[in-house]
Design a binder for this molecule. Structure first.
Ligand code: HPA
Length: 274
């Protein structure tokens, strides 16, 4: 019999449980150039994705492909170093598989970060944005197919996909630490080709402040799983449809690396105060 994703997630979970010291409370998913977000934690176990049953492999060069467990500020953390994207050819179920493993392990909060292109003309490269809401333009959804009732309900409410308390906590921490934080709406596309000037105009019109190729599948699965979500984007490049400029992966990585310590400082204090 073909295993469904709930069986697969259960097998991955069983494997991990036998190898970790304590179940994680908080999940971290880091994006492009942000794989070191877990560096400041006391790592107790580490797994290459390829060694975890059914775990999808990250094919993107800048993503490490490692799942680490450990202690950060006295909290048990499970951190994905490198994520899975639709543009790699993975299905929405595969992209959201790590969230299901988090759910099975009892994770209650997930902090998701990504690199994104800025659409809001007030944004500058290097800005960090708290994700207030998203627009799923991927044409995909991780809940398509028979509903797994043990995971969540058929039609999950999406009126507050990002947790209000966590957003306020991040904002407070930003102010305390003197780290400027923007706020905005993230548009999730499938990629991997970047946006045309006409697409940038369209995304602005529909209310998006930033654009990227990740996050929305994971957030939908997390909401379905009743895991609360904090999302943050590093604006690695900005889009001006009237003066189109090319963005390179090198640039995106350089800006993400420069901003990563500021994002890590915010994430760490959020974890501390959850
Ligand atoms: N578009 C999509 N994804 C991105 C971008 C962008 O401009 N920058 C970083 N990730």
């Amino acid at each position: 019999m073909m295993k469904n994703y709930r069986h697969k997630a259960a097998e991955a979970t069983d494997f991990l449980i036998t190898h970790i010291q304590a179940p994680p409370q908080i999940g971290l998913i880091t994006g492009t150039g942000l794989g070191q977000s877990a560096a400041s934690m006391d790592i107790s176990a580490s797994f290459d994705y390829k060694d975890i049953p059914h775990f999808p492999l990250s094919t993107v060069k800048s993503h490490l492909g490692r799942l680490v467990f450990g202690d950060m500020c006295g909290k048990q953390i499970m951190a994905m170093q490198g994520r899975i994207h639709l543009y790699e050819g993975y299905s929405p179920l595969e992209v959201s598989f790590p969230i299901r493993v988090m759910q099975e392990l009892g994770v209650k909060t997930v902090i998701i970060s990504n690199a994104a292109g800025g659409l809001n003309s007030k944004f500058r490269a290097g800005d960090i944005m708290i994700i207030l809401d998203h627009i799923n333009l991927t044409g995909s959804n991780p809940l398509i197919g028979p509903n797994e009732d043990d995971w969540g309900i058929r039609f999950p409410d999406m009126s507050r996909p990002y947790d209000q308390d966590l957003m306020e906590l991040a904002e407070t921490i930003g102010k305390e630490k003197g780290i400027a934080l923007q706020k905005g709406v993230y548009a999730g596309l499938k990629g991997p080709s970047l946006e045309t000037p006409a697409e940038v105009r369209y995304l602005r019109i529909i209310g998006a402040d930033a654009v990227g190729f990740s996050t929305v599948q994971e957030v939908i699965a997390a909401v379905h799983a009743r895991i609360r979500v904090l999302g943050m984007s590093i604006i690695t490049n900005t889009h001006d449809p009237d003066h189109p400029a090319s963005a390179t992966v090198e640039e995106v990585l350089a800006v993400a690396n420069e901003a990563a310590p500021r994002l890590e400082a915010v994430i760490k204090d959020v974890v501390n105060r959850i």
